[in-house]
Design a protein around this ligand. Structure first.
Ligand code: NIG
Ligand code: FE
Length: 408
């Protein structure tokens, strides 16, 4: 056998649905890598003979290997801080009050419009490093803090640049319809036209986005406006997704499902009809426990209904300065279990196999199987549930990205 390297003395949480064990586990296993792909995996005793002197053999000391983690929903390119709003909320103001008074997303927009690309890049790089240290190998980054063509393009360029300069793969999402900028306060339709007829073509022309998203909410865009943007994005060849049912039930999820969205995200206020719509279209339900926690939401997402209708559940950080200033995908595992009562296995699936589905990259990453891209992490844990159980001492020991052992 000629591989590039092989790992022994490991257990594998493959998360492969074809393996019916919990976590798709293979204990006392081995995994071999060749040309950036998983060339072989299985029980150690079935490992084909190979020349131990011809390739590096890494020993996992009985730890667990999982697929590289995928954070399928972040807003990690932004400038400024909203700590003042945190203080205001502690004095009694709500997230919606602050948004309606011109703070919230708009305050980050003001900071981003002023920021140089180099500053945004450096801030983004530090955040990407923090995620990477915890085993993240793919991240989605949204724009949405520009709300004018120039700044939306700037944010997406920075996100693309981060992907080119970091071992973490970056998928970009155009979120021009994130909020109504002050210039269009009395002309929302005019802003939607700008998004569809000016921003979107520029973003497409420069190949800056893989997907498009809209914030469908009573403080942002209504159903008709949401449909306009999503349809235009889809016609331009982008995947679509939606911030839906975060603060109220607007029917956004059902609309997005009807259009074939990859995911709907937040969904605390989603009802059973909405869940059925997701099931019918194969749309993923992305839970964002960081935002639920930070906004002290009390409306639980409809977990039982998602299970009943077998909707793929994704878990993501939603890292952003307003509703989830928590730059840790790993912590989301714990929050998804403590706040939403997901099982640790469901939560881990939500940041691996199902997260890959939400980004449309499930043919390449998200599970450990022969032929998949060799993106995986070695954890110093004795059972996969430990990843969700405890937080603070980072158990991520090694990361292999595209078949290469990453030094970080
Ligand atoms: O996903 N819901 C809308 N957008 C973000 C929050 C953005 C912000 O407050 O800056 C979210 O929660
Ligand atoms: Fe978000």
């Amino acid at each position: 056998m000629s591989w590039d390297h092989v790992w022994i003395d490991v257990n594998l949480a493959t998360m492969d649905p074809n393996n019916s064990a919990a976590y798709g586990a293979i204990t006392d296993a081995a995994i071999a890598v060749k040309d950036g792909k998983i060339a072989w995996l299985g029980p150690r005793k079935e490992l084909p003979d190979f020349d131990v002197f011809s390739m590096p053999v890494y020993r996992g000391r009985g730890g667990w290997i999982t697929p590289g983690l995928i954070d399928a929903h972040t807003h990690l390119v932004f400038a400024g801080s909203r700590a003042n709003e945190f203080e205001m909320r502690l004095e009694g103001a709500s997230y919606e009050d602050i948004a309606r008074a011109g703070g919230g997303i708009i305050s980050t927009v003001n900071a981003c419009r002023k920021a140089e690309e180099s500053e945004l890049f450096e801030l983004g790089r530090q955040r990407l490093n923090a995620l990477a240290k915890e085993g993240v190998t793919t991240v989605e980054i949204k724009s949405g803090y520009g709300l004018d063509t120039e700044t939306e393009v700037k944010l997406l360029k920075v996100a693309r640049e981060l992907g080119r300069n970091h071992h973490v793969d970056v998928k970009t999402t155009f979120l021009g319809a994130h909020a109504i900028p002050p210039e269009y306060k009395d002309d929302v339709e005019g802003y939607v036209d700008l998004v569809v007829n000016n921003m979107l073509p520029k973003v497409i022309e420069q190949g800056l986005a893989d997907a498009a998203d809209v914030f469908c909410e009573n403080i942002a865009f209504n159903l008709a406006q949401t449909e306009k943007v999503l349809t235009a994005a889809q016609q331009a060849g982008l995947d679509i997704k939606l911030h839906a049912e975060q603060l109220s039930n607007m029917g956004g999820s059902a609309l997005a499902a009807k259009l074939g969205a990859k995911s709907v995200d937040h969904i605390e206020y989603l009802d059973e009809d909405g869940v059925k719509a997701l099931a019918a279209s194969g749309t993923c339900a992305t839970l964002l426990p960081g935002a639920y926690y930070f906004l002290r939401e009390t409306q639980m997402p409809p977990i039982e209904l998602l299970r009943k209708h077998q909707v793929p559940i994704v878990v993501a950080s939603d890292f952003n300065p307003g509703s989830s200033p928590i730059c840790s995908t790993l912590l989301m595992l714990n929050m998804a279990c403590t706040l939403f009562r997901l099982t640790p296995e469901e939560a881990l699936k939500g940041i691996t196999a199902n997260a890959a589905k939400a980004l449309g990259i499930e043919e390449k990453v998200g599970v450990l199987a022969q032929g998949m891209q060799a993106d995986f992490c070695l954890w110093d844990i004795t059972t996969p549930a430990q990843l969700a159980y405890s937080y603070g001492v980072n158990p991520c020991k090694d990361v292999v990205k595209n078949g290469v052992l990453v030094h970080q």
